[in-house]
Design a protein. Structure first.
Length: 165
């Protein structure tokens, strides 16, 4: 999936703004994907584009490239809650992170949003029921499924059974 953005790679007038096409990647831990309904280029964006809004001691090159239009009206598409410290597969599930799922689900209910909550890290037949009960509906279970001695199909079946019973 692709999206377009405006990027400023050098200081100057409106002519330095370029439209570029980017690959849309899934959100990482601590990130949210937001469907932008409207965006505005505000005064700080214009001054940075001109090279005028630099902090003392900050070289021009450190401000470029930048994407103007952070003043947005958007819609959360999905939320990823990490159940481990990101970095590598096969980590132990951190049960203390379960309340985060319930908190995010409650925020969505309060805002009348029906969105996906994805969980990743330490997900298996023993942990899946708890994350689903807390409000998650997309589960990433890579190590459980692909590291299973019973085979991929059997591991997926066992994971599904764990949340359906």
């Amino acid at each position: 999936m692709k999206y377009k953005s405006i990027v400023v790679t050098q200081h100057g007038g409106p002519e330095v703004m370029q439209i570029v096409e980017n690959d849309l990647r899934p959100p990482s831990a601590g990130e949210a994907r937001i469907k932008v309904l409207a965006a505005a280029v505000c005064r700080p964006d214009v001054t940075v584009r001109r090279g005028e809004a630099l902090y003392t001691g900050t070289p021009l090159e450190q401000k470029l490239p930048f994407v103007p239009g952070y003043a947005v009206i958007g819609d959360v598409d999905s939320v990823l809650v990490m159940m481990v410290n990101p970095g590598f597969g096969g980590q132990e599930f951190i049960a203390e992170t379960l309340p985060k799922i319930a908190r995010v689900r409650q925020m969505m209910i309060d805002c009348r949003l029906e969105r996906d909550i994805e969980v990743d890290g330490g997900i298996g037949a023993a942990t899946a029921p708890g994350v689903v009960k807390a409000g998650a509906n997309l589960l990433v279970a890579g190590a459980f499924i692909f590291g299973s001695q019973e085979g991929v199909a059997a591991a997926i079946h066992r994971l599904r059974e764990s949340v359906e019973s």
